[in-house]
Design a protein around this ligand. Structure first.
Ligand code: R5P
Length: 315
């Protein structure tokens, strides 16, 4: 990385251009003009029109479905910026795909999160700006700075507006307890509960117990993502069977693949809050409200550019 100029260049890939435009509006900086097209055989053809020499570049590209398409497009964009003599390149990844494969939990499997971290750096990223990584320790897969943002303050503002009376914050599995505890603490020390979940396959899960008291209580289920919707639908179901009253869900990443929408629609969820880290398609689950993460990302970009603290955004 060479020294970078005062000028910020913002570029969005095709993964979530609406979020790119929202960040651009927040910052008052236009998006660089780039053409991201396909060759006849489907390969990606990229050309950035603006002069990038020496500028502080931020490439906005969550690696959400279609995951492999969006990953390759990001890597090619990074390479394009590097070869255009950009001063510094930050990969802004509001959703970091492949994060769930972060360790070798059985024989003869890749550590996919490490592979994609290597390719990001190899393609030209000088920094990464991520949001609610599936596992915070993925930061350690990089030897470049990784700024890790949390959607919690943004989602909490809306949760508070819902005026949920004496809520119990629920984690839909044991792995999410740290996040649930952080939400409970921010909600004036709300009670905590955990759903005891067992994953049977990529899209099938079983829930057996609820650890904690939810009978007659309003609950707020928090998680980093909804993928096939199995975990959330099953969690909401068992909570209702255990006597939970109002069920609010707050989730950062709405991956919503496969049967997710049908599962969520059939589940006893009164309100579903998600961020726009991933674009929602035309078909949306019922009772959904999308909360924009653009102001938080814009502020983080500002702070990174001015060499100011990013963690202070969460003090
Ligand atoms: C699991 O560790 C995650 O936090 C989510 O609970 C999980 O990835 C959701 O997957 P699905 O929606 O397919 O059950």
């Amino acid at each position: 990385m060479s020294a970078y100029s005062e000028k910020i260049t913002l570029i969005t890939g095709n993964a979530n251009p609406e979020l790119g435009r929202a960040i651009s509006r927040e910052l008052g900086i236009p998006l660089a003009t780039a053409s991201l097209r396909r060759f006849p055989d489907g390969e990606i053809d990229i050309k950035v029109d603006d002069d990038l020499r020496g500028t502080d570049c931020f490439v906005i590209q969550p690696t959400c479905p279609p995951v492999n398409e969006n990953w390759i497009e990001l890597l090619l964009l990074l390479d394009c910026l590097r070869r255009s003599s950009a001063g510094r390149i930050t990969a802004v990844m509001p959703y970091f795909g492949y994060a769930r494969k972060d360790r070798k939990d059985e024989g003869r499997v890749p550590i996919s999160a490490k592979v994609v971290a290597n390719t990001l750096v190899g393609s030209g990223a000088d920094r990464v700006l991520a949001l609610d990584l599936h596992a915070a320790q993925i930061q350690g897969f990089f030897d470049i700075p990784v700024d890790h943002l949390y959607a919690k303050p943004v989602l909490l503002e809306v949760v508070r507006g819902l005026q949920v009376d004496k809520p119990v914050v629920v984690s839909p599995d044991v792995g999410g307890i740290k996040m649930a505890r952080a939400y409970a603490k921010a909600l004036d020390g709300a009670d905590l509960a955990i759903v005891d979940k067992r994953r049977i396959s990529g899209s099938q899960i079983a829930v057996e117990h609820v650890i904690g008291e939810v009978e007659g209580r309003n609950v707020i289920i928090v998680d980093d993502m909804i993928s096939t919707g199995g975990s959330m639908a099953e969690a909401a179901g068992i909570l209702r069977r255990h006597g939970a009253r109002r069920i609010v869900v707050a989730v950062t990443h709405a991956v919503l693949c496969g049967p997710a929408i049908e599962r969520l629609d059939a589940a006893p969820i009164d309100k579903l809050l998600v961020t726009d880290s991933i674009p929602l398609g035309e078909r949306r689950p019922k009772n959904v409200e999308v909360v924009s993460i653009a102001p938080l990302l814009a502020q983080a970009i500002r702070n990174i550019h001015h060499n100011e603290s990013v963690s202070s955004l969460f003090d």
